[in-house]
Design a protein around this ligand. Structure first.
Ligand code: GLN
Length: 535
């Protein structure tokens, strides 16, 4: 194995865009013909973000192999177009769980189990596993949190030891920090960054590259100061300005010399990166020919990160159509009646209802689905968005009054969405359907036209399913059951006949969408929205 390692740490403050930076590095190296894989270490004690409230953590990104991971892994996939896996996400929770399991099994032979070496060894073996599994040229590892946090210390020590093991030629440390600009004196300040680097040095790590988040361009004297006091060459001081769009970041970093500096540090030839596609995508994004408005009706709308992949997939579909997709996020709880649905949705070209858990806001989503169905507005339901569409249709078209999901109403009269018999009575924790599942697409459906395939594989993250007991009633109506999971005979896709565009899916297509290759469902949904808007 000859894999090289890049480690990215953060300093001064959090939320500097380490994830975007890591993803951008992936893209810049991949576009030089190198194989890459990104991974993230999160120092928190949850096993994964799967059980965290989206308000705490933003969206949970689902990998093909069913990992519930940090949303930064979504950035990695979108930027590098390399599928990440469960093991590309390490949390302190996973590390400790593995160690404590071993301890209980007596695998430490009566020894004392300690942070050093047991925790640090476990972290190292997890970081190395990403390299062993796919054997890429370069593994890019982002360390969550800010240097100096108590909880991230074992991670910092682990990467220090990796440098010791693989050597300088095969490891590069990048430290990303903030250079605040003080208006009063009109100056960029380097002291917080100097302190942050000192802190890192105190843990035995000398960064090779210092990446500076800054509002203003770095002056020569700032570069000199940082170079002198942080022991890095001037060409290794990389400016990371605030970009208009995250998709500009890789291009900006390339211009700032990041790709070249990494190649130099690794002693590899610096070839010209092939970024034409990416540049074209960004140009189209910045120069749309038209604009439409799409409503996203959900329950976590105060937090921009809660529906990150859905939002990115809508943007990507807009880029495909040279259209700016303006999203308005509507709180489902505020849609309390048909009139309210009409009032809030009357000006939008299309409606999307994304996934979610729990009953808050569900009735508002039902009103939304009804509005889209009856007013013939393009509707795209994802996971919960499909379940509410089924409930709405059951209540108002099939006259199954009080139809609902047993998630919201345990003993409802018509559980059109329910747990499958093999899930009944099982502990909730183990029953999510996660990761890629196969779906057969029926002929003569809109979905068939969209995918142009009869068998697809999409990522899932849900517990409840369309209840097959009601299947015939739906099939004999205006609703088409367009996609079925062949292994377990589960309804995966529904459509409405006599409607311009009404498609809802039990899976999450947003995770497979890419900025320059939107998912076909999003692409066609936005196409239908443009038609609807008549622009
Ligand atoms: N709460 C629903 C279920 O568990 C939908 C989940 C989702 O939208 N991701 O089936």
């Amino acid at each position: 194995m000859n894999t090289k390692f890049i480690f990215i740490t953060g300093g001064v403050v959090s939320s500097l865009g380490k994830g975007i930076t890591a993803a951008s590095i992936g893209l810049l190296l991949k576009s030089r013909g190198l194989s890459v894989v990104n991974q993230k270490c999160d120092p928190y004690l949850n096993i994964d973000p799967g059980t965290m409230n989206p308000y705490q953590h933003g969206e949970v990104f689902v990998t093909e192999d069913g990992g519930e991971t940090d949303l930064d892994l979504g950035h990695y996939e979108r930027f590098t177009d390399v599928a990440v896996r469960k093991f590309n996400s390490t949390t302190a929770g996973k590390v400790y769980l593995a160690i404590l399991d071993r301890e209980r099994n007596g695998e430490y032979d009566g020894g004392t189990v300690q942070v050093v070496p047991h925790v640090t060894d476990e972290i190292q073996s997890r970081i190395m596993r990403a390299a062993e599994q796919t054997n890429p040229d370069i593994v890019i590892t982002e360390i969550g949190g800010t240097v100096g946090d108590i909880e991230s210390l074992p991670f910092i020590e682990a990467i220090r030891q990796i440098r010791y093991a693989v050597g300088k030629d095969r490891s590069v440390f990048i430290h990303l920090g903030l250079l605040p600009y003080l208006k009063e004196c009109g100056e960029i300040k380097t002291k917080p960054m100097q302190h942050s680097v000192k802190e890192l040095l105190g843990f035995g790590i000398q960064p090779d590259i210092i990446m500076c988040r800054s509002e203003k361009k770095l002056t020569q004297s700032v570069r000199e100061k940082l170079s002198l006091f942080c022991n890095v060459d001037q060409d290794a001081i990389i400016e990371n300005l605030t970009a208009k769009s995250i998709y500009e970041v890789p291009l900006m970093l390339e211009k700032a010399g990041l790709g070249k500096t990494i190649c130099k540090l690794f002693h590899i030839e610096d070839t010209k990166p092939e970024l034409t596609d990416w540049e074209k995508m960004l140009y189209t994004f910045y120069h749309p020919e038209k604009e439409i408005t799409v409503a996203l009706v959900g329950k976590y709308i105060e937090l921009p990160d809660a529906y990150l992949s859905v939002s990115e997939a809508l943007t990507a579909a807009g880029i495909y159509h040279k259209t700016n997709v303006k999203q308005i996020w509507i709180d489902a709880e505020k849609i309390t009646s048909r009139e309210e649905a009409e009032k809030q949705l009357k000006d939008v070209a299309a409606i999307i209802v994304p996934g979610g858990f729990g009953d808050r806001g569900v009735e508002g989503m039902v009103f939304t689905a009804e509005y889209a169905r009856t007013k013939k507005i393009p509707y795209f339901g994802i996971c919960l968005g499909m379940q509410v569409a089924v409930i709405e249709f059951a209540r108002h078209v099939l006259h199954l009054e009080n139809a609902s999901s047993t998630e919201f109403q345990k003993h409802c009269e018509h559980p059109v969405i329910d747990l499958m018999p093999d899930q009944q009575g099982v502990n909730l924790g183990g029953t999510l359907r996660l990761g890629l599942c196969t779906c057969s697409i029926n002929q003569n459906t809109l979905t068939e036209q969209i995918y142009k395939q009869h068998e697809i594989r999409e990522r899932h993250r849900h517990r409840y399913e369309f209840n097959n007991i009601y299947r015939t009633q739906f099939e004999e109506s205006e609703m088409t059951l367009a996609g079925i999971n062949p292994e377990r005979n589960l309804v995966e896709i529904i459509e409405l006949k006599n409607h311009p565009w009404y498609v809802a899916v039990q899976f999450h297509p947003e995770f497979a969408s890419r900025p320059n290759r939107p998912h076909p469902l999003f692409r066609e949904f936005i196409g239908a929205a443009i038609k609807q808007a008549g622009v």
